[in-house]
Design a binder for this molecule. Sequence first.
Ligand code: NAP
Ligand code: MG
Length: 404
Amino acid sequence: MSRQKIAVKSPLVELDGDEMTRVIWALIKEKLILPYLDVTLEYYDLGIRNRDATGDRVTSDSAAAILKHGVGVKCATITPNADRVKEYDLAKEWPSPNATIRGILDGTVFRKPILVKSIPPMVHGWKKPIVIARHAYGDIYKNAEFAPWGAGDAELVFKGANGLEERIPVAKLKGPGVLQAIHNTDASIRSFAQACIAYALSEKIDIWFGAKDTISKIYHARFRAIFAEEVDAKKKDLEAAGVTYSYGLIDDIVARVMRSEGGMLWACMNYDGDVMSDMLAAGFGSLGLMTSVLVSPSGAFEFEAAHGTVQRHYYRHLKGEPTSTNSVASIFAWAGALSKRGELDGTPEVIEFSRNLEEATVDCIDRGIMTKDLVSLSDLGVSEPATTQSFIDAVAARLSEIRG
Ligand code: NAP
Ligand code: MG
């Protein structure tokens, strides 16, 4: 390395994880990060064994550290189920670390695809990433459901803490059927809107939000109204950044997204986000090319790959067999976190390094060096996929060329 290491001013919170992504994580740090940066990594081991050993304390500690320092980067982690409890002899089925951290940050998850020239999106018009934000509280995911056995009157009843009661007729059923009650809260919708605005300002991209307020004149209309209030409160910042906000009916927004060239933040209600994020992931190619950022309304950021720990590859790795696991989303998580760190610290050389890291990664793919999952999506006709290790080595070599 001919150049001096770049100093990263403030600590970066590092959350280690599990299985194949933990293997990749160590390689990225060793070959792509530490040779170039003089950085204080505030390390939290969220590997399943350490979560178990600490009674999951390490997860909430890591979230507190992200709130304190403003930026974290996270490796994929196991969310334990009954099989994992047996496999790792766990004290219990610890909750999803992502859910715990999201709860503490009161955060919203933004998913952003990585665009590579040699891997064209399924939708030919898409030229720029479409970032999707899913409101992850309430609606049908916290519903109350009931299947009435026969004819009867259904009502919605609200008992106010002040003693007042409201009853709304739902339906007069003539026979068996189904009923569902859903809810949301102004506070959660407002946090969501604030996180969307914080992200859009940070990335300088327009915000599109769709709901169905022509049909749902109270529930969906409340989402629309709160978004409008929050946009209004940040009007000056949005104007200064050249970021626009547009509201549309959800069906119209879907059609406009398909016809667009991308490049916007698409804010979605919970169910829309669940469905549309999978549509976009498939449309842009591979899970291995999808990154994810958790943003708190206060403006703390946690970067990660959208995929999981790639368990099947890990078992092959443990048997000593070669693997071809895509590390691109994990590399971009590091690049995103460093770029944000540099932005908050006012250190352009750190931002430049993160651009170089992204460029080196994309260059390798465009030169036909890619893991197995990308080979069939690419139009380069690659015959020999890279191994997990050889891909990261190739990125390291390209990065060293770029850095000179
Ligand atoms: P996964 O790890 O995303 O993998 C599912 C399949 O997708 C893999 O078997 C592999 O297919 C393919 N794939 C995903 N990422 C890839 C990559 N980087 N390179 C190449 N192929 C990739 O999901 P999972 O198997 O359902 O979950 C495994 C564990 O991850 C679970 O314990 C789950 O709790 C956890 N998880 C964590 C997070 C997170 O921390 N953010 C998110 C999701 C899941 P092939 O095997 O066909 O090659
Ligand atoms: Mg889904």
